[in-house]
Write a protein that binds this ligand. Structure first.
Ligand SMILES: C[S@@+](CC[C@H](N)C(=O)[O-])C[C@H]1O[C@@H](n2cnc3c(N)ncnc32)[C@H](O)[C@@H]1O
Length: 325
């Protein structure tokens, strides 16, 4: 699925922050690297929460969303919601600019942007930036023009059930269960959080999504047995979810949270699962929490051979809440 997005202009806020805005790409690179090497967290729950609160207010065209760079310098992003842009594909379509959302930039993205594109200096030191989703529609009738096919809800439910059965019969699921059994009983673990598992109702890569959600149910069931509790809070976050995904997941007692609410839920009693996310989930989690268990894919060419058809290489890191990740 292609989700179009667009970013509006941004400007330094004329506040009295102690640090002056950067004046060149070289200065921005040096500042980002220095802060990173000094151990400054680039993501904090407080900074994410502050931006989230602004996003929850009704965001109208000409509003501003203010974020602080990792150097403490304030930056305002223009809200463009409601504006119309010409389609990229042909004259028959146009794009309506929708809600703003958070773009998460780890150090590597910040510096790559600067090196490759020379970046936009006001946002150079921002690890949280604002962009907007856009929806494609026909220019003449204004009807939505999706460039992907949606599966019927009954088809999604049936297919998810089949994928779950197939996942549960797999060696990988058995391996995961036996690794989970080795997690020390002394760790207090209460909830499961899944990120970026994709859509089961969009007819492309839906089986990867089904298997990843089935994995979350396996972890949830393990936790329920381990804790002897009836209900294990289980949350997932992915902006791509459709209403069919949401209702299918709700039937399995998995609740969809809007970005960034699931991130804000992560704590040391969480199991966090993510595979092939579009956001720098590892960097975010490393900065904001010390989850009890992490399950996520290896990244890097050397890991390609060990990936399997489910799209997940099980890499489980039970860690003590106070341990360094
Ligand atoms: C490359 S796809 C991987 C999907 C699936 N995990 C897989 O392995 O096929 C990246 C996913 O990250 C999701 N994503 C983008 N922004 C996100 C956000 N803010 N929070 C959670 N997921 C996000 C996308 O919607 C997409 O489903």
């Amino acid at each position: 699925m292609t989700m179009y997005s667009i970013q509006g202009p941004c400007h330094w806020v004329g506040d009295k922050s102690e640090t002056a805005p950067v004046s060149s790409v070289t200065e921005a690179m040096a500042r980002i690297n220095k802060l990173y090497e000094a151990g400054t967290p680039f993501f904090t729950k407080q900074s994410i929460r502050e931006v989230s609160k602004q996003l929850q207010r009704s965001s109208l065209c000409k509003d501003k969303i203010t974020v602080k760079g990792v150097d403490g310098v304030g930056v305002e992003f223009d809200v463009l919601t409601g504006e119309i842009r010409k389609g990229f594909d042909s004259g028959a379509f146009e794009h309506e600019i929708r809600d703003p959302y958070i773009v998460y930039c780890a150090r590597v993205h910040m510096t790559q942007n600067l090196l490759r594109w020379h970046g936009n200096l006001p946002e150079a030191t921002c690890s949280l930036r604002i962009a907007h989703w856009m929806s494609r529609r026909k220019k003449d009738t204004k009807e939505p023009a999706y460039n992907y096919a949606l599966r019927e809800s009954q088809v999604v439910r049936k297919s998810f059930r089949a994928s779950r059965e197939s996942w549960e019969a797999s060696q990988m699921c058995k391996d995961l269960e036996s690794i989970l059994e080795s997690v020390p009983k002394t760790l207090n673990i209460e909830r499961v959080l899944g990120f970026s598992c994709g859509s089961m109702s969009i007819d492309r890569n839906s089986s990867r999504s089904e298997f990843q959600h089935a994995l979350i149910l396996t972890v949830r069931d393990w936790l329920r047995d381990r804790n002897g509790s009836g209900r294990v809070p289980s949350y997932v976050q992915d902006p791509v979810y459709t209403s069919i995904d949401k209702s299918t997941l709700k039937e399995s007692n998995v609740m969809v949270l809007d970005d960034p609410q699931a991130l804000l839920e992560i704590d040391d009693s969480s199991v966090v699962f993510s595979c092939s996310s579009n956001i720098p989930i590892k960097e975010i989690v490393a900065d904001i929490a010390r989850p009890a268990v992490l399950i996520w894919e290896h990244v890097g060419e050397e890991d390609e051979e060990t990936s399997d058809e489910y799209g997940v290489y099980v890499c489980l890191v039970p860690c003590h809440p106070n341990a360094d990740i």
